[in-house]
Design a protein. Sequence first.
Length: 133
Amino acid sequence: ISFFSNAITLHPSETLAYKNRSYIYKTQDDKDSFLDDISKIITLEPNNIEFLQQRFFLYYEMKKWDRALLDVDKIISSEEGKHPLHYCLRSVCNNHLGNKNEACLDLDEAYRISSNDIDTKIVMDLWLKLGCR
């Protein structure tokens, strides 16, 4: 960790040392430090979908639904983010935040763009669980 911390001190606008240090924090289950580093990466590379997804899943795991929703919104607004799973995950966040209508609309979109039986089954299971259909 100290090696990467020194590299960050010398080159604070370069993301490689943050990325490497964040992986160490993740393996050590140091969620706060992991969150700090991936948030810095996202600040430096706002279109980095990989780290937006990692931060989203961390917020999701921590049940910080409002923050998770902000990240999954950014993911979905990107070209590579148009995937049924992202819409399903956003529907879960919206449901936890009391936005059932938005949750159901996300599931409708996930179903519309699903391209295989696995995606369709996930969507249908969520529809039933949330009472959308």
